[in-house]
Design a protein around this ligand. Structure first.
Ligand code: HEC
Length: 125
C-alpha cells in the first residue's frame, strides 16, 4: 500500500521536474527567438540578438547620443557600452530618462524585452 503511494508521488515529482527542466530550457534557449518571432537555428542566437539590439538602439535614436556601439558621443556620461548597471536600474533610466539630456521612453516605444536585449548587448560591448 504505502509502496504504491510512494510510486505515485515519485511519478508526480518526476513530472514536475521534467516540466521545470523543459521550461528552463525554453527560457534559456528561446528567449530572444520568442521576442522577434524568427526561428534562428541554435548557435547563431548571440549574434542575432546583438544585431537586433543594435537595430533597436539605432532606430530609437539611442545611437545618436550614445554612439552606434554605445561608446558615447563625447557628451558627459553618454558612454554606456560595458555598463555595469543592473537591469532594474537600466530599465528605470530608459523609462524615466534623466534631466533634459536623456529622454524617457514609454513601453510603446521600447518594450521591456527590448530593454533587456539592449542591456545584454551593451554589457558585453
Ligand atoms: C538625446 C540624447 C539621448 C538619447 C536619444 C538617449 N540617451 Fe541615454 N543618455 C543621454 C545622456 C546625456 C545621458 C547621461 C545623463 C546623465 O547622467 O546626466 C544618458 C544616460 C543613459 C543611461 C545611464 C547611463 C549611466 O551610466 O548612468 C542609459 C542606460 C541610457 N542613457 C540608455 C539609453 C537608451 C537605451 C536609449 C534609447 C532607447 C537612450 N539612452 C537614448 C542621452 C540620450
Amino acid at each position: 500500500m504505502s509502496d504504491h503511494r510512494f510510486r505515485v508521488c515519485r511519478f508526480r515529482l518526476r513530472d514536475v521536474l521534467a516540466t521545470a527542466a523543459i521550461t528552463l530550457a525554453l527560457v534559456a534557449c528561446g528567449g530572444s527567438d520568442a521576442d522577434n518571432g524568427s526561428n534562428d537555428t541554435s548557435g547563431d542566437d548571440a549574434p542575432s540578438a546583438a544585431n537586433e539590439a543594435q537595430s533597436i538602439f539605432i532606430e530609437q535614436g539611442c545611437a545618436e547620443c550614445h554612439g552606434e556601439q554605445g561608446e558615447g558621443s563625447g557628451e558627459p556620461r553618454t558612454e554606456i557600452a560595458g555598463t555595469r548597471m543592473i537591469i532594474q536600474a537600466f530599465t528605470t533610466r530608459v523609462r524615466n530618462g534623466r534631466g533634459a539630456a536623456m529622454p524617457g521612453y514609454s513601453e510603446e516605444q521600447v518594450s521591456d524585452e527590448e530593454i533587456e536585449l539592449l542591456h545584454d548587448w551593451l554589457r558585453t560591448n
